[in-house]
Design a protein around this ligand. Structure first.
Ligand code: SAM
Ligand code: SF4
Ligand code: SF4
Length: 340
């Protein structure tokens, strides 16, 4: 492992999320609402994407600064051609303990084998509801539940174990379908995780009344399938872990709104065009691509990253209500640009 660097609140750098593409084949209303992302929307051009060589080079530098976990995301990462090549290259970097990918699952059936062969360790699949109509709405009429479940089956068959299934819950939209997901994934060997709907970006018209606090979901599940807390949180402390008392695996809750976890946040994000963001709610990134393409040395890049991390004092979720009270508009980065 590399030398640890810490930020203004003594948080080390451990976790890196890389968005490999800003495009998506879904139009989830909470992320890329159809009306704003029509066919005329200007996504990045291919030459604006970091190349695989550039990503590889940056990841090695990040690892030398303490990164141990790398997650590939998007947009929809499986829309980026030859993802298996990138995975293969990254899987050879010494010091990465965990290499994962988050996908909407729609193309997973076609790619699972090659991703596994390339050395991908873990998969997270987003699936907000099993109800066909609700799912249709939540994918912006682009996806079908069966397609995602088939993708999961293929991934199981090629050897991916203990996948994470992430569901973002919105009041009045899919909160009535929570128990179906629990019933379906209990006993499947995968870990279901419920995520509070967040005010990421500026496009989704978020408001607090749409957030279902995890404690409410936990209570609802507990009535039917008793749960017990297994304390502690995973690395970085994002998820509260529970298990079913009857012994059938784990279930997680990510409560970024009702119980923020900025205190332990060790995550850095890299957008497809090579901007580095120190918070999911950042208003500004640091352009690394410009330096890469102007011939910067590894030492220079490492120094730049170190300086940015050491200055970091982000804790948006802990300050959320204060920030909202000021009513000052903030131009935040969008979820599809940095991938959650
Ligand atoms: N397209 C891939 C997918 O959907 O899994 C990867 C990128 S997507 C931006 C990553 C995750 O962010 C998804 O699980 C999605 O549900 C979640 N997400 C997007 N917008 C969100 C929001 N406003 N609040 C909470 N989670 C959100
Ligand atoms: Fe696409 Fe993922 Fe955003 Fe949905 S959440 S629009 S699948 S990037
Ligand atoms: Fe980390 Fe920013 Fe989220 Fe806080 S709000 S947990 S600092 S990404």
């Amino acid at each position: 492992m590399g030398h640890s660097i810490t930020d203004q609140f003594n948080r080390p750098l451990r976790d890196l999320r890389i968005s490999v593409i800003d495009r998506c084949n879904f139009r989830c209303p909470y992320c890329m609402p159809d009306e704003q992302f029509s066919h005329t929307y200007q996504f990045l051009d291919k030459d604006q994407w970091l190349t695989f060589e550039e990503i590889f080079r940056l990841v090695r530098i990040f690892v030398s600064l303490g990164v141990e976990k790398v997650r590939l995301t998007g947009g929809e990462p499986l829309l980026r051609p030859h993802m298996d090549e990138l995975v293969k290259n990254l899987s050879m970097i010494e010091g990465i303990k965990d290499l994962a990918l988050t996908t909407n699952g729609s193309l997973l059936g076609g790619y699972a084998v090659q991703l596994k062969k390339a050395g991908l360790k873990r998969l997270t699949i987003s699936l907000d509801s099993l109800d066909p109509q609700v799912f249709k709405t939540l994918s912006g009429a682009k996806g079908r539940v069966e397609q995602i479940l088939d993708g999961i089956k293929v991934a199981e068959a090629v050897g991916f174990k203990q996948m994470k299934i992430n569901a973002v819950i919105q009041r009045g939209v899919n909160d009535h379908t929570v128990l179906d997901l629990v019933r379906f994934f209990r006993g499947s060997g995968h870990t279901l995780r419920f995520i509070e709907y967040m005010d990421v970006g500026n496009q989704n018209h978020w408001d607090l009344t749409q957030v279902v606090p995890s404690r409410e979901i936990i209570a609802k599940i507990h009535k039917i399938y008793p749960l017990e807390s297994i304390g502690g949180t995973e690395g970085g402390g994002t998820s509260q872990r529970y298990r079913f008392i009857d012994g059938q695996e784990e279930i997680g809750f990510i409560s970024s709104v009702s119980q923020p976890f900025c205190g332990t946040c060790n995550r850095l994000r890299l957008s497809a065009d090579g901007k580095m963001y120190t918070c999911l709610f950042a208003t500004q990134g640091t352009d690394l691509r410009e330096h890469l393409r102007n011939g910067a040395s590894d030492d220079f890049l490492a120094h730049l990253i170190r300086v940015v991390w050491m200055k970091r004092e982000d804790r948006y979720s802990e300050l959320r209500s204060q920030i909202h009270q000021t009513h000052r508009p903030m131009h935040k980065v969008e979820m599809y640009q940095i991938g959650g």
